[in-house]
Design a protein around this ligand. Structure first.
Ligand code: AMP
Length: 214
């Protein structure tokens, strides 16, 4: 299953809920890249420049990371992809990778949220440095300011959640990721779900769509 939607649509939140619901692994390209940045690996150093500007990391860099992760998954149960594919070449590479494994994309869900809500969500977002749990300074604050409820890790504002970079990321989504959505729509795989409301309400809408379409 692929979760799509602009930055701030709630893909990460829904991917975690779906992971628990279906008991299948969630693979986030953004999390994998942030981990590489944190560890200062050669890939991370290369990726950081792009991420800080709100641009997409070059396809070949992301593809290598995703491919390694997908191939390592021996569960045979499938997985939920979040934040990948984001370009047409990435979607084509995913198709070829899955084909080679005797698998396919079953479902593509696009989470839709009005643009002004996306900016509010992203600019107030705070992320735990340790476990990646996300909060919002107004809509979902932690119990103690600046500290993660789950692991007591420090909460920080991602560099790419600053307002200028948010605008750049939304533009990149329109320009580079919308053609991927159109491709999945033409293939009859795309389900569009409204991403406004509580995480549980959005999850229910996603599950409704999945069950409706088998
Ligand atoms: P995300 O956490 O999904 O919002 O991703 C954060 C940043 O990581 C993006 O703004 C990109 O710079 C980079 N990134 C994540 N996934 C991809 C991808 N599939 N292709 C290129 N860059 C990506």
């Amino acid at each position: 299953m692929i979760l799509m939607g602009p930055p701030g649509a709630g893909k990460g939140t829904q991917a975690k809920l779906l992971e628990t619901h279906f008991q299948v692994r969630h693979i986030s390209s953004g999390d994998l890249l942030r981990m590489a940045v944190k560890k200062k690996t050669p890939l991370g150093i290369q990726a950081k420049r792009y991420m800080d500007r709100g641009e997409l990391v070059p396809d070949e860099v992301v593809l290598g990371t995703i491919e390694e992760c997908v191939r390592q998954d021996g569960s045979g149960k499938g997985f939920i992809l979040d934040g990948f594919p984001r370009t047409v070449p990435q979607a084509d590479a995913l198709c070829a990778l899955l084909h080679g494994m005797g698998a396919q994309v079953d479902d593509v869900t696009s989470i839709q949220v009005p643009r002004e809500d996306l900016v509010k969500r992203l600019s107030g977002r705070r992320t735990c440095r340790e476990c990646g749990t996300m909060y919002h300074v107004i809509f979902d604050p932690p119990r103690n300011a600046g500290i993660c409820n789950k692991c007591n890790g420090e909460l920080y504002q991602r560099d790419d959640d600053q307002e200028d970079t948010i605008i750049a990321r939304l533009e990149v989504y329109d320009r580079q990721t919308t053609p991927v959505l159109n491709q999945y729509r033409e293939r009859g795989l795309l389900r569009e779900v409204e991403g406004v409301g509580s995480p549980e309400q959005v999850l229910e809408r996603i599950l409704d769509q999945v069950h409706k379409h088998g």
